[in-house]
Design a protein around this ligand. Structure first.
Ligand SMILES: Nc1nc2c(ncn2[C@@H]2O[C@H](COP(=O)(O)OP(=O)(O)OP(=O)(O)O)[C@@H](O)[C@H]2O)c(=O)[nH]1
Ligand SMILES: [Mg+2]
Length: 343
């Protein structure tokens, strides 16, 4: 990335800043299945001001969820999916008209789910498909089950392939990483951490495109970066501005997904700094990140000044075009017989 590119982005901002009637894009966050609904609930409690929709086949869970809109997906059997992905898919297809009406007019649709169950894994590709056909940019953010959740892993892998097909990008986070981050927490608290990470990712995106910035990232930039079918992940780090390299290596050393960086072909970098940070600090941050990637990565950057940051800097990097070992691993898991019954 050249300095002239950055200067052009800065001058673009100055021009667009003169038009006060620039409208923010319409954004909506959809949580699917038990885990997706929990994430959406938590986001609301954290103060996200974007409209949220909770979608589930489980009425009990839906009643407890905190969301602006709740969509109950009725299964063919009238009961829960029991882990059957095709039931989750069919229930979403039956609610197609209603889902369409709820998503109409959205510019960006975030869909979040924990892969591995029947509802989230089956309904998410249908919802992504509907949103894309309505013209929205679809960013799915999914968590992958723990490796010990055998049957869930197999379903998640199949589901992820479909979600990639219908989304502009799928940001993947691994539950397994929670074992490094919070090894001693009980499971429900560990899930809470994952939900918070997903909430934080979505909230950062929303900030990135709606809050006034020094160097703006807009909907067109996102569309350029997030090609259909891409797998992405996020890196987050914060530190003192005088040690940019450490902030970047911290981010790279603590990914929320086991990935191969060398295959990443793009990075959406958003930097938040205090008032005194120089253009050079921003430039060297972007330069350091790109030095870890293969030659000529596609890079888009944005920068926001927040006086509260003082001498500190926060970076959020969305790495795109990554390869994920989870998708490569083909470990055969024996299927249970279809009408197996526990007596
Ligand atoms: N982030 C997060 N993940 C969860 C939570 N609960 C379960 N999970 C993970 O999400 C996966 C899917 O579980 P659920 O969300 O309960 O499944 P569902 O989509 O509701 O599907 P069914 O209940 O089978 O219809 C599990 O394999 C877990 O790995 C949660 O509260 N938060
Ligand atoms: Mg459920």
């Amino acid at each position: 990335m050249s300095l002239s590119y950055i200067l052009r982005r800065v001058s673009e901002y100055t021009e667009s800043d003169m038009h006060f009637d620039v409208q923010n894009p319409n954004i909506v966050v959809v949580g699917v299945g038990g885990s997706g609904c929990n994430t959406v609930s938590r986001m609301k409690r954290l103060g996200l001001e974007v409209p949220t929709i909770a979608v589930n086949t489980d009425m009990v869970n839906l009643r407890m969820v905190d969301a602006d809109k709740k969509i109950y997906l009725k299964t063919r059997t009238g009961r829960s999916t029991g882990g059957h992905v095709e039931e989750g898919e069919a229930s979403a297809l039956m609610a197609r008209d209603y889902l369409e009406r709820s998503l109409e007019g959205s510019d960006i649709v975030f869909i979040t789910t924990g892969l591995g169950g029947g509802t989230g894994t089956g309904a998410t590709p249908v919802i992504a498909d509907i949103a894309r056909k309505l013209g929205a940019l679809v960013i799915s953010i999914v968590s992958l089950p723990f490796e010990i959740e055998n049957m869930h892993v197999k379903r998640a892998r199949e589901g992820l392939k479909k979600i990639m097909e219908y989304s502009n990008t799928v940001i993947v986070l691994e539950n397994e990483k929670l074992l490094d981050i919070v090894p001693n927490k009980p499971l429900n608290e560990a899930f809470m951490v994952m939900d918070q990470l997903i909430s934080y990712t979505i909230m950062s995106f929303v900030d990135m495109i709606t809050k006034p910035s020094l160097i703006n990232i807009d909907l067109a930039d996102l569309r350029y970066m997030l090609e259909r079918g891409n797998l992405s992940t996020i890196l987050i780090s914060e530190g003192e501005i005088d040690d940019v390299r450490r902030i970047v290596t911290d981010a790279l050393n603590n990914p929320l997904m086991n990935i191969d960086y060398s295959t990443a072909n793009g990075a959406l970098i958003h930097i938040t700094v205090g008032e005194d940070a120089s253009l050079n600090t921003i430039y060297s941050t972007v330069d350091t990140i790109s030095s870890f990637m293969r030659r000529d990565p596609k890079i888009t950057m944005g920068a926001r000044i927040d006086p509260e940051y003082g001498n500190r800097m926060r970076i959020l990097v969305v790495l795109t075009g990554i390869k994920v070992p989870f998708m490569e691993k083909v470990r055969e898991i024996p299927e249970l017989e279809e009408d197996f019954e526990v007596r």
